[in-house]
Design a protein around this ligand. Sequence first.
Ligand code: NAP
Length: 335
Amino acid sequence: MIKVAINGYGTIGKRVADAVALQDDMKVVGVTKTKPDFEAKLATKKFDLYIAKPENVELFEKAGIEISGTLEDLIKRVDLVVDCSPDKVGAENKRIYETHGMRAIFQGGEKKDVAEVSFNALANYSDAMGKKYVRVVSCNTTALTRTIYQLKTNFKIGRIRATILRRVADPKEDKKGLTNAIMPDPIALPSHHAKDVKTVLPDVDVVTTAFKLPTTLMHVHSLAVELREKVTKEEVISAFEKEPRIMLLSAEDGFTSTAKIIEFARELRMRYDLYENVIWLESIAIDGNDLFLTQAVHQEAIVVPENVDAIRAIFGVPKEVSIEKTNKSLRIGSF
Ligand code: NAP
């Protein structure tokens, strides 16, 4: 049993905690918060709660929230920490993990040099085997990587151009927003996503542009992929059908927008979590030497299976064994 701590019980942390709790070879020993808010109260209903900032202990006592100790106490009870703290805070937390000689997984909001390796379960699982510090790449990078990996392992491909339409904020974020605008982010080429894809797929030729849009539900990616051999649309569809972490949905079934995809996911999963890339069937088209497709990405959930697999990679479990266990427990590819 791998004993796991989740440091940071926010959007990603609470989902990773639930996913880890579903695994028969892992146990969540505790989760952390810094503030004694409703999310801290909810956390105590499922997990032992520790505080990431010991100086806040009185605030928790005052709020009547029971804690099991500090982050340092938690670290002493586990084999690995999944750091799900806000962007750039993970790098600061690394000092604590180093002091305790503790293995850690970081998220995509950290720079790549926070860890020995950036990780995507399909693309480079074996690179993380036996490592101490692993960074799971961001939601957009995870989705781009899965799709590109599946194309690259089935066909000869050349240059990839991708336009990323980003949700401006997660649903809970009331301090961020964009009410009536579309923001090129960045305005100058390229966006950082292409560079990030290369941290897990170093030999692909990819360039990305990105825009923020006033929506919270999902990101959408429009991809154009150069084909270096004759390929039919049916062959592309069948390559995607082979990968459970890619879900093909059809506009004919009513999936006309991200709103409809999320409405479907509300029936399918807790918190409407979609762990899979969603590719619109009708968007897959070949024009001359170029393959086009459009995919939607549930930013809050897509990295969750990757975190579970990263834990097993660190402990040397083979790729196929981990991915199968993760997919089965999260019901990926089985609707
Ligand atoms: P979030 O919702 O803001 O959650 C962050 C959590 O970290 C909160 O529970 C917060 O607790 C806690 N925290 C704050 N300061 C901390 C500290 N010093 N030590 C430990 N924990 C601390 O953030 P998130 O969206 O889950 O993002 C976490 C990471 O995942 C980031 O690297 C982000 O880039 C990455 N990521 C996010 C998404 C997404 O769409 N949200 C997708 C993929 C990857 P308090 O509230 O109690 O302060």
